[in-house]
Design a binder for this molecule. Structure first.
Ligand SMILES: Nc1ncnc2c1ncn2[C@@H]1O[C@H](COP(=O)(O)OP(=O)(O)O)[C@@H](O)[C@H]1O
Ligand SMILES: [Mg+2]
Length: 292
């Protein structure tokens, strides 16, 4: 087997299907495996990752998802299996450590900031009073789930008292507080997809609300990429260690800021806006790996 694609859903999403069919089109062997079906057997000094059907012998495993509504033990099991695959010689795309850094918005913002990528001021805490003071200091703030995507669960507050009440509720339900200064921006942001160190396309996501996710109703519109945007997107991708990524960039009053980097970006809106299918570039990369 050349390629396996792993995600949680029993029915693969559009990017997964794009990668699957692009791989097949090039005459490579490929299969989709729900992550729940990945098991590991450790015996006689060997570790074998397998399904009911036998060993997972793919040279490259594309990880499109680990799961979202899962408990910490299931999460640990899935991460360990993927790491075992990696350590036993399979090439994982994206690499597991990079995937984990992206899943954790605190880790993402730290790595971006250390790499010199502009990011909004951000505080992360489990201390309600610290959160309250921070919200007061920052003025308008966004509270985001530390693990989250598609804009789900992100909330904006202009009033620190309202923020306080929600932060208290979040803490009672064991959600740490990720508090970010709101960046004043036009009714859009910029999404760039990077594959193997190269931006392959750029779009505005134009929205009627402050959240510019396509999943929140934003519409993709082509955007001309500039050398500055290109540098930010590539630097952000490399800071996390991703082979391919979707970078979210805001046009703040004082310049660009990166909101986050996505390790398994959805690309339906991107394909429509740019006419570029990221799967083609990703499978180019996979083919280069397989030839090595
Ligand atoms: N600090 C912020 N200031 C202004 N807008 C923001 C801020 N953070 C996020 N947004 C908006 O919300 C969207 C979703 O936030 P993001 O950090 O990308 O999380 P998600 O993983 O949910 O996509 C961004 O694309 C952006 O439009
Ligand atoms: Mg985003």
């Amino acid at each position: 087997m050349d390629v396996a694609i792993v995600a949680e859903s029993q029915t693969p999403d559009e990017p997964t299907r794009d990668i699957y069919f692009e791989t097949k089109r090039r005459g490579l062997s490929v299969r989709y495996i729900p992550i729940q079906r990945l098991s590991v057997r450790i015996a006689d000094g060997n570790a074998v990752v397998e399904t009911r059907g036998g060993r997972v012998d793919a040279s490259v495993v594309v990880i499109r998802g680990i799961g979202y509504v899962i408990d910490s033990s299931t999460f640990m099991r899935r991460v360990s299996i993927l790491k075992i695959l990696e350590r036993e010689g399979t090439v994982t795309i994206n690499p597991v450590d990079a995937l984990l850094s992206c899943r954790n918005k605190l880790e993402t913002i730290y790595l971006l900031s250390k790499a010199g990528v502009p990011v909004p001021p951000t505080a992360v805490t489990e201390d309600l009073y610290y959160g309250y003071i921070t919200a007061k200091d920052m003025g308008k703030v966004v509270l985001k789930p530390i693990q989250g995507s598609r804009g789900f669960g992100a909330m904006m507050f202009e009033d620190p008292e309202q923020a306080f009440q929600v932060m208290r509720t979040l803490l009672i339900t064991r959600n740490p507080l990720y508090i970010q200064k709101y960046v004043e921006k036009p009714n859009r942001d910029i999404r760039i997809i990077v594959v193997d160190g190269r931006p392959i396309g750029c779009m505005y996501r134009v929205s009627t609300t402050w959240k510019t996710n396509i999943a929140q109703g934003a519409v993709g519109v082509p955007c001309k990429i500039t050398p500055e945007l290109e540098e930010i997107a590539v630097k952000a991708t490399n800071a996390i260690g991703l082979i391919y990524s979707g970078v979210d960039i805001g046009e703040g009053r004082e310049g660009y800021v990166v909101f986050e980097v996505n390790a398994s970006p959805d690309w339906r809106g991107f394909k429509q806006a740019t006419g570029v299918n990221p799967a083609v570039h990703l499978v180019d990369y996979i083919q280069r790996i397989l030839k090595k």
